[in-house]
Design a protein around this ligand. Structure first.
Ligand SMILES: C[S@@+](CC[C@H](N)C(=O)[O-])C[C@H]1O[C@@H](n2cnc3c(N)ncnc32)[C@H](O)[C@@H]1O
Length: 249
């Protein structure tokens, strides 16, 4: 099978109903605590206005909504539907994080793992420009890439089974680099979806960006941010969990 023949991004479109099965909101508690620490350091005891770009199912955000006043953007209406039901107090909008302009400023812009959907330096630069356009001087940008070029070794495979409600999902995930001369990698998924007596098998393909730390630093600085990194150690995580921190000059 030619990977190019697999329809991409099904996990965020027609198969988005699998997202809470594959990556349940409860599993984000420890990760979200790191975001809470950084937000509290800067804004406590206030309740900052935050904009999350690429909110997806809003799973990470769901652990922060008690402390922030949030607006959330995603390019996928199917993923937004999850976040709307999980985070009813959040304002949700459809938009592309590379070009959306909401015409207002926030205290902080959050971009969780969705930042890894940017596969080229040009797209990454556009997202940082979007972030800067929604902050005042001193405003905070937090982003947590899934991958850094310095620590990623490929190919990588993973297989897990998760059950939620009447769906049992087993997925095999194969991550590889189709072209080491560029910044894009690809994750090929096979989903085995059991519900009642039926077994459905689906394929998916998601592209992601991998950049070295100096590229993250340079692009954030070019967009007007002072750059720093905060690293946390999470249980069950292979790598240290790094959140990139930009402060708008
Ligand atoms: C892995 S999911 C995010 C999951 C999220 N962190 C959560 O806690 O549920 C990545 C999301 O990025 C969104 N996305 C990808 N490209 C985007 C773009 N250009 N603009 C806005 N959202 C985008 C996808 O639609 C998807 O919902």
């Amino acid at each position: 099978m030619d990977p190019a023949s697999i329809t991409p991004n099904r996990l965020f479109t027609d198969l988005a109903y699998l997202w809470p099965v594959m990556s349940p909101p409860e599993e984000y508690a420890e990760e979200a605590e790191c975001w809470r620490i950084l937000l509290r350091e800067k804004f406590a005891p206030g309740r900052p206005h935050v904009l999350e770009l690429g909110v997806g199912g809003g799973h990470n955000l769901s652990h922060l909504t008690e402390e922030v006043d949030a607006t959330a953007v995603d390019i996928s209406t199917e993923m937004l539907r999850h976040s709307i039901s999980l985070n009813p107090g959040v304002k949700h909008l459809v938009g592309d994080m590379r070009r959306v302009r909401l015409g207002r400023n926030y205290h902080a812009v959050l971009i969780h793992d969705a930042i890894s959907c940017m596969t080229t330096p040009r797209d990454l630069a556009a997202v940082f420009t979007t972030a800067a356009a929604h902050l005042k001087s001193g405003g905070l940008l937090l982003a947590s890439p899934d991958y850094f070029a310095e620590t990623l070794t490929l190919p990588r495979t993973e297989c897990q089974t998760h059950t939620r409600g009447d769906i049992e999902l087993t997925y095999v995930e194969y991550t590889y680099d189709p072209d080491p001369s560029d910044t894009m990698i690809e994750v090929i998924f096979t989903y085995f979806i059991r519900s009642g007596d039926s077994l459905q098998i689906e394929h998916d393909r998601i592209q992601a960006g991998v950049f070295p730390k100096p590229t993250w630093r340079r692009l954030m600085q070019t967009a007007g941010f002072d750059y720093s990194e905060r690293t946390f150690h999470l249980r069950h995580w292979e790598y240290p969990y790094t959140i990139l921190v930009g402060t708008l000059r």
